[in-house]
Design a protein around this ligand. Sequence first.
Ligand SMILES: [Zn+2]
Length: 450
Amino acid sequence: MRSRRCVSIVLSASALAGAALLVASTTDAYTLTGTNLGLGARDVRVFDNFTDPEANDNTTLDPNWPGVDSAPLALWKGVAEWSSVLHGDGSGDPSQPGDLGSGGANFDVEWEGLAQSPGGVGDNTMSEIAGCSGGVVSFTETGAGGWRMRFYSCFTFDDGPSAPVAGAIDLQGLVTHEYGHLLGLGHSNAAGNPTMAATLPDLVAARSIEADDRAGIQAIYGVAAVSKPRIRALAGHFPIWILGHNFAPTGNVVRFPAGDIPPTHSTDGGTVILTSMPVAPIAGDVQVQIGTTSGAELSNGWPFEPNACHRPSTYCTAKVNSQGCTPVIDFTGTPSASAPGAFLISATNVINQKSGVLFYGLTPAAIPFQGGMRCATGALRRTAIQSSGGNPLPADCSGTLSFDMNARIQSGVDAALVPGTAVFAQYVYRDPPASFGAGLTDAVAFTICP
Ligand SMILES: [Zn+2]
């Protein structure tokens, strides 16, 4: 049993003028086709047989989308826009900086990298197909518990990330629309929501789903449950730490692009998983699945790169300080045992004119501590005491702290800080009116690169 949905893209300037006449009315809304995408069909792979040079000329690798460039990268970003939360740090598209992953529903995609052929219906792949079919640009076949998406070669496709060359179709915007159909959305005439419009004069604008699209996907899959598992960071290699929240006490299936790892337990209140990897891992998305009945039991996809260092990321929970501010840890640079340049770990929203210190350990945690959370455990190391500076007293939240971890790594003062080591770092600072007289930021997880 197969069904087929088609989209024809209107690119002309006259279509743009016509669309502008569709003013908003009270009936403007998303529409539903009555279908949805099952839990077993939310993986995506691309067979990169796109023939246009414009479809494969973006050779800039993006660490937030590891392992692919060109057409597969554009297609990955298009489907990931429908994810429940930001994909990694949300970066990768200049038309919506820091905002890729906007669905807010019980729906998440897992990117599994490249396919070796177009496969069959149910293999959940995307690829070009030779020829033409009138004005139809792309179509999706469904069946066998899955789908297959094709793009007609008689059109010219452009992989972005800037706007397409004249006459070419923006692949990322096109697949955002076409994948919306696969999710169960029909066309929408809601103003200011270009993704699911019936005519698509601006496919770059269509890359970003807006309020009406979010309402549609949430109507189909439900608003992302507060209990939905979420990945916030990866660290280490063999084994690998997965940090986030809402992991199950037992029975977490860790889904890697190269295959699933048998169920494993979590620790620290469902915030930490330590897992092995497939024998031959490939780049893509990792997910944690805690059940098989609903997308509320499947986490967001998190970028996974087996052969290099994971991107640093924040995790754990900060303690609100005596001035009512939530201190924030952040970082710039890349942790490295050899590269020049700093890897700065900073804290803002800290009480001014107080002492603070960055400490770290080699095991992540979430342990109640001084009225907040301690986010690392094992043998903890302290760096030098600093002053938060900021405004003169009285107290406010203008204090900041900053420490160059690369200087410490490369100094050799801590023999544990070698390439491949996973490190979990957090600031503690003085906050006399607060409980225990202490303030705590959230934490940064990072893996030291060569
Ligand atoms: Zn359509």
